[in-house]
Design a protein around this ligand. Structure first.
Ligand SMILES: [Zn+2]
Ligand SMILES: [Zn+2]
Length: 375
């Protein structure tokens, strides 16, 4: 039996589908037949060639992708339950953590597994056994010790696809930022991450959620995801106006938590100035190298500001993300977060479409493309 793996041919270009033998899972491993993969913002960075420093001037046998879900194809010996202790059987729908904290270091011990300095990552050189190490293929080989969770029956593949990246990261980030019931949250950027943050903050008991974005339709979507105030950058064209607006909405005190899901460095100083004294700034959006901002350190001290930046998450966040989805399926329009689904064979088109939507700022929908392995 063989399965397909998508290999990038040229930055900004197309993919070649290569066939590799499907391995038998070793004891403790899980072989997953993938059903969906998402095209994440960081995948677009790789595709464009913005990570050449890591992957080389030309993409040599480069395969990637990390947002995904699927069904258990085969369980390695000894695997009988998922990471939450629920029985796990072949055919069960699952999501899983796509990186591998060591679990045996001072950072993991502090429950900050996303920052583990010995964290294992997927091998992105196509043809490296066990061959299925990334999301853009027919299978995924979850190595022994990987965290895996059964997906609740009510939660569809489309809705659960971003759970192991975007959603878990936001759940983890807002928890690390210390968002509490009754708090005010400002969300910079109403893309996939920002919209999830609005809904999660609502679920966590935030009293007031303010969203900033340029596109009217994304602001409309932010309201559908529970935002109290969706502020347009067109109507508030300067940082001063936007900071003033947040001050007005918070009785002049500023927000408890401000979170960046934009990834453009100018939003950071602006967001810091929206904080109340002792408030927390959460940085999630910056993932490409070179996002430099400058800020007066004395102003940080005077405001007793807290800065929290998160990359990845601790595995509990994925379990909580699934529970969040199940609990809120009817409350928020999660199905609107995926804009286009392409078959794996048309992966190049999926990237071009996602890129075009991001560049042209097509405000009609959120620019999240997904791949389906079934058709
Ligand atoms: Zn991602
Ligand atoms: Zn560790």
């Amino acid at each position: 039996m063989t399965g397909r793996v998508a290999v990038l041919e040229a930055y900004g270009g197309d993919f070649e589908l290569r066939e590799y033998p499907v391995p038998d899972p070793e004891p403790g491993a899980v072989l997953v037949r993938l059903t969906r993969a998402g095209v994440c913002g960081s995948d677009l960075h790789i595709w464009r060639g913005e990570m050449k420093a890591v992957y080389g001037a030309v993409p040599a046998d480069l395969t990637f992708g990390h947002e995904m879900c699927g069904r258990v194809e085969r369980l390695g010996a000894g695997v009988t339950v998922d990471s939450a202790g629920q029985p796990l059987r072949e055919g069960d729908r699952v999501t899983f953590v796509y990186f591998f904290p060591c679990g045996r270091c001072p950072v993991c011990l502090r429950d900050e597994m996303g920052s583990c300095p010995r964290k294992g990552r997927a091998n992105r050189v196509a043809g490296t056994p066990p061959y299925f190490n990334n999301a853009f293929g027919d299978y995924y080989y979850l190595r022994p010790g990987g965290w895996v969770f059964r997906v609740p029956d009510e939660v569809s593949d489309d809705v659960v696809t971003p759970a192991n990246c975007a959603l878990a990261q936001v759940v983890y980030g807002l928890a690390r930022a210390g968002l509490r019931p009754g708090d005010t949250l400002v969300v910079q950027g109403a893309g996939g991450l920002g919209l999830n943050a609005v809904a999660i903050a609502r679920d966590m008991g935030a009293d007031r959620v303010v969203v900033l974005d340029r596109m009217a339709s994304r602001l409309e979507l932010a309201r559908a995801f529970g935002a109290d105030h969706a502020l347009s950058l067109d109507e508030l064209p300067t940082p001063e106006r936007r900071i003033e607006a947040v001050q007005e909405l918070t009785g002049g005190f500023g927000a408890d938590v401000v979170a960046d899901f934009v990834g453009y460095p100018d939003v950071v100083p602006e967001g810091l100035r929206m904080l109340r004294g002792g408030g927390c700034y959460l940085e999630v959006g910056s993932i490409a190298p070179g996002n430099v901002f400058s800020y007066d350190a004395t102003a940080l001290v005077r405001a007793s500001a807290r800065l929290v930046a998160v990359s990845n998450y601790s595995p509990w966040a994925l379990a909580r993300a699934l529970a969040f989805l199940r609990r809120n399926l009817r409350r928020f329009p999660f199905e609107r977060l995926v804009s286009h689904v392409f078959p794996l064979a048309r992966i190049g088109e999926a990237f071009r479409q996602a890129e075009w939507m991001q560049r042209s700022g097509d405000g009609l929908r959120v620019s999240r493309a997904a791949l389906s392995m079934a058709d």
